[in-house]
Every structure is written in structure tokens, then in C-alpha cells.
Design a protein around this ligand. Structure first.
Ligand SMILES: Nc1ncnc2c1ncn2[C@@H]1O[C@H](COP(=O)(O)OP(=O)(O)OP(=O)(O)O)[C@@H](O)[C@H]1O
Length: 279
């Protein structure tokens, strides 16, 4: 169980976590949703120990996150960041093997290479094994980083918008694989998604953030409602449920661009003046 108690994070006067408390269970896929800039990536980085907390406590398996013991804490994590550029002179296979960096010796064990090749095979990318990663497409890089994260065999796996560059087929390959591995291995998986329908299909538990606050948490079948979507994104939505009770979110166009320009005229002019004053 990963437990977060009364977490507060403030950076440059921005409140990015406000009195946040939640508990995440093993073998479950947890999906964080919320508007841009609301603190989703910051929360992942905070759990990883990358960001100082103002107050609060983060515990996992009877251990509390402490700055003195960061390297030990981080060994429990696999982390696939939002930035998917792979600007290194390495082959795909070498990048996947880096997921096992802690265990690699001077001589590579055949079993480790087989495992990396098998990871690529399972996600349908074995044919890329010897290609240089800096020549891959954005979506291919994202899949390779996913294979690398799986190689770590983490207890807690965090993925920041892991399907942002993927086509429909690979979105489901990645998420199906992630869901199966999470359940099979008993991982705590935490990922950020923007697509509410993917979140509804794959989350065992949704964490809904707004302005640094956890405003709702629970199974998508129970908490994904038109009023939640309106409250979080200021977008109207119809939500229907399929036979399994999984919500399907259809958002409704409302000529927002035209109205928001008129509504925000004054703040926009003020912002231009402030920006001009900076030069
Ligand atoms: N180290 C930092 N220094 C200053 N500001 C930061 C820092 N880290 C994050 N922020 C700010 O905190 C806010 C939240 O950032 P964060 O990346 O957590 O948002 P997010 O919810 O993941 O957004 P998105 O959906 O756009 O990826 C942003 O305004 C960002 O500029």
C-alpha cells in the first residue's frame, strides 16, 4: 500500500498539492486526470522524491520517504516520464536493457538479453531491436521507454501520459499490457492520462486533481459524471454506460474559443502589459 497523508507541495508560491491524502493498493491501475498545469506530473515527481514537500508523509511497505534515503526509496519505482525524446547513440535493445541498470554487470547475461527481446516481442516491436533509438518516431520512442520501464520490475510503476504519441492500436497494446502486468505482478501502477475514455476503460481507481487538490477518487463507474467533467474542465459532456457499466464520455462543443476571448479581454490586455514590462 502506498499511503499519502496530508501532502502539501508549494513551488514559487504555486500550491501544487493541497492537503492531499490517499492510499493506493497493489495490483491496481490508478489513473490521475485533471487540467493542464494542475500538478499531475508534480505529484508523480513528489512520490519519486524529486520535489521537496512542504509538509505531509509518503509511506510504502512500512518505509517513509526521507531525503536521506532517496536512492533506496527510488529502487522501488519504475518511472516513465512525459518527455519521450531519446537523443542518445544507443540501439533499441540497449535502451530497453537500461531498465535493468541496477542488475547489469560487465558481462551481459544471456537471460537478460532474452528478457529484453521478449519485452519488445510482447509489444510488437522486436523488429526494431537493432535500430538506433535517435532515428525512431515519437510513438516508437514512447513504446521503447515503456518496455524499458517494464524491465525494471518495479513495485510502483509511474507513467506520465504514456500514450500521448501513440496511435489507437498501440494505445491499447500499451494499456492492455500494463493492466495485465500490474495484476500479474502486484504492482501499484500510477499513470497520468488526458483521455477520459481511456481512463474509464483502464482505471481501477481514478484520482481527479484540480488546482492542486484531490477533488474526487474512486472507480470511474462511480465518479465519472457530467458534473465532475464540467467542474474540472469547464466542458459540457454526455456520459452513457456500456453493458459492463463503463462510462463513455462524449464532450459537447460550445463555441468556447469565441466566448472566452470576449470574456477574458481585460485580463489578456493586463497580461500583455505585464509581459511588455519585463523587457
Ligand atoms: N520546478 C518548478 N518550478 C517552477 N514551477 C514549476 C515547477 N514544476 C512545476 N511547476 C509549475 O507547476 C504547475 C503544475 O505543473 P505540472 O507539470 O505538475 O502540471 P500537470 O498537471 O502535469 O500539467 P500538464 O497536463 O500540462 O502536463 C505548472 O504551472 C508548472 O509550470
Amino acid at each position: 500500500m502506498l499511503q499519502v497523508n496530508n501532502l502539501n507541495v508549494v513551488i514559487d508560491d504555486l500550491v501544487l498539492a493541497k492537503d492531499m491524502s490517499f492510499a493506493l493498493e497493489s495490483g491496481k491501475v490508478n489513473v490521475i486526470i485533471g487540467p493542464n498545469g494542475t500538478g499531475k506530473s508534480t505529484l508523480l515527481k513528489t512520490l519519486f522524491g524529486d520535489i521537496h514537500t512542504k509538509s505531509g508523509e509518503i509511506t510504502f511497505a512500512n518505509e517513509t520517504l526521507q531525503r536521506k534515503q532517496l536512492s533506496r526509496w527510488r529502487k522501488q519505482f519504475g518511472y516513465m516520464p512525459q518527455d519521450i525524446r531519446l537523443d542518445v547513440e544507443l540501439s533499441v535493445l540497449e535502451v530497453v536493457l537500461l531498465g535493468q541498470l541496477n542488475a547489469l554487470g560487465f558481462r551481459l547475461d544471456d537471460s537478460v538479453i532474452k528478457e529484453a527481446l521478449s519485452a519488445l516481442d510482447k509489444i510488437g516491436l522486436l523488429h526494431l531491436a537493432n535500430r538506433p533509438v535517435n532515428k525512431l518516431s515519437g510513438g516508437q520512442c514512447q513504446m521503447i521507454l515503456f518496455a524499458q520501464a517494464l524491465m525494471r520490475k518495479p513495485q510502483i510503476l509511474m507513467l506520465d501520459e504514456p500514450v500521448s504519441a501513440l496511435d489507437l492500436h498501440f494505445q491499447h497494446v500499451l494499456l492492455d499490457h500494463l493492466d495485465a502486468q500490474t495484476k500479474e505482478q502486484g504492482w501499484i501502477t500510477i499513470m497520468v492520462l488526458h483521455d477520459l475514455n481511456l481512463a474509464a476503460q483502464y482505471a481501477d481507481n481514478l484520482l481527479v486533481l484540480k488546482d492542486g487538490k484531490l477533488i474526487a477518487t474512486g472507480h470511474p463507474n462511480n465518479i465519472l459524471t457530467p458534473s465532475l467533467v464540467k467542474n474540472v474542465y469547464n466542458v459540457e459532456a454526455d456520459i452513457t454506460k456500456d453493458a459492463a457499466g463503463i462510462p463513455f464520455v462524449r464532450t459537447i462543443r460550445n463555441n468556447r474559443a469565441a466566448t472566452s476571448i470576449i470574456e477574458n479581454k481585460e485580463p489578456k490586455e493586463q497580461a500583455i502589459k505585464v509581459a511588455e514590462g519585463a523587457f
